[in-house]
Design a protein around this ligand. Structure first.
Ligand code: XMP
Length: 319
């Protein structure tokens, strides 16, 4: 007798009770959790909620537009789209160490978010899409207990810093329940079923220094790869799939000319929770066809390789 529609109703009432006539700010990441939390809270308290989408310029092709359009036009949720690309790319330029890149992005994210919240006149509440697994163990999703393998990009210290109370309507739910709640709330299936995407975005899929040009090349290759995966009906069998632009150029031949361009690595894994993963066994024809499309359609890439590393010993992301 426990249904998602009953849970939805119960949470709507709880949110109203907690928030009263207060103001709530929610940081959207473009991911499923923060999106479901935002839509649920909006249902409860309407325009007392404002979402802030910090656009770091490290999203995939057309992704920011899709997120912004969905929230503003489909759900009518007040949304501030902060274009912080220049700031992020500016500070990342020349940085090659993965942890340094992650830390810069995490810090800037908090700074930009805080500044926008101030512009809105502040708020008493901060909404977060915290799930039950995050509550029971502060998930160190890569490392063993004592080693930090990657510093996680999140809004951790934000509530204390900003002196806000947390609204966390998903605290009792597991990921599959969040997806079910999202469907119940009318969020499109194409959005609910999306692969996870890391907070630091394409910056950690572009090993070495990033530049706007490299990010553009990566976006195009990634879009072609995902297009082929969707068309071949494999998207839902894969936990995560993405392209990585390597900081390596190789010699190739195109027509009767020599080329000297970047190598693109393709990655796809199956996993239950992201803690361990197996590389996905594509059919070689699929890989060949996808590689040909990428090399023909993306200027700047002349070689494609497939990553056959499982986790452990590899991590899912390259940085
Ligand atoms: P790794 O690369 O550590 O990643 O095997 C495990 C899962 O976590 C995602 N990931 C992140 N997600 N912020 C996130 O929100 C991050 O900083 C971050 N780093 C990695 C990764 O995409 C995979 O699903």
């Amino acid at each position: 007798n426990w249904t998602m529609s009953a849970y939805r109703q119960k949470m709507v009432e709880k949110i109203r009770e907690q928030v009263g006539t207060g103001k709530v700010i929610c940081g959207l990441s473009g991911g499923v959790d923060s999106s479901v939390a935002a839509v649920l809270i909006h249902e409860a308290i309407g325009d007392q909620l404002t979402c802030i989408y910090v656009d770091h310029g490290l999203m995939r092709l057309n992704e920011s537009e899709q997120v912004v359009t969905m929230f503003r036009d489909q759900f009518n949720i007040p949304l501030v789209h902060v274009d912080a690309e220049k700031q992020f790319i500016g500070e990342l330029e020349g940085q090659v160490d993965p942890e340094t890149k992650r830390k810069i992005i995490g810090r800037l994210f908090i700074e930009v978010f805080e500044e926008e919240a101030k512009k809105l006149g502040g708020a008493e509440f901060l909404a977060q899409g915290t799930l039950y697994p995050d509550v029971i163990e502060s998930v160190s999703f890569t490392g063993g207990p004592s080693v930090t393998i990657k510093s996680h990009h999140n809004v951790g210290g934000l509530p204390e810093r900003m002196n806000m109370q947390l609204v966390e309507p998903l605290r009792e739910l597991f990921k599959d329940e969040v997806r079910a709640l999202g469907r119940e709330l009318g969020i499109p299936e194409s959005f609910i079923g999306r692969h996870p995407f890391p907070g630091p975005g394409l910056a950690i899929r572009c090993p070495g220094g990033i530049t706007p040009e490299k990010l553009d090349i990566l976006r195009q290759a990634d879009a072609i790869y995902l297009d082929e995966i969707r068309k071949s009906g494999q998207y839902d069998k894969i936990w995560q799939a993405f392209a990585v632009l390597l900081p390596v150029q190789t010699v190739g031949v195109m027509g009767d000319g020599r080329t000297y361009e970047f190598v693109c690595a393709l990655r796809a894994v199956t996993s239950v929770d992201g803690m361990t993963a197996d590389f996905y066994q594509f059919d070689m024809n699929f890989l060949g066809k996808t590689a040909t499309r990428i090399i023909n359609e993306v200027r700047g890439i002349n070689r494609v390789v497939y990553d056959v590393t499982s986790k452990p010993p590899g991590t899912i992301e390259w940085e």
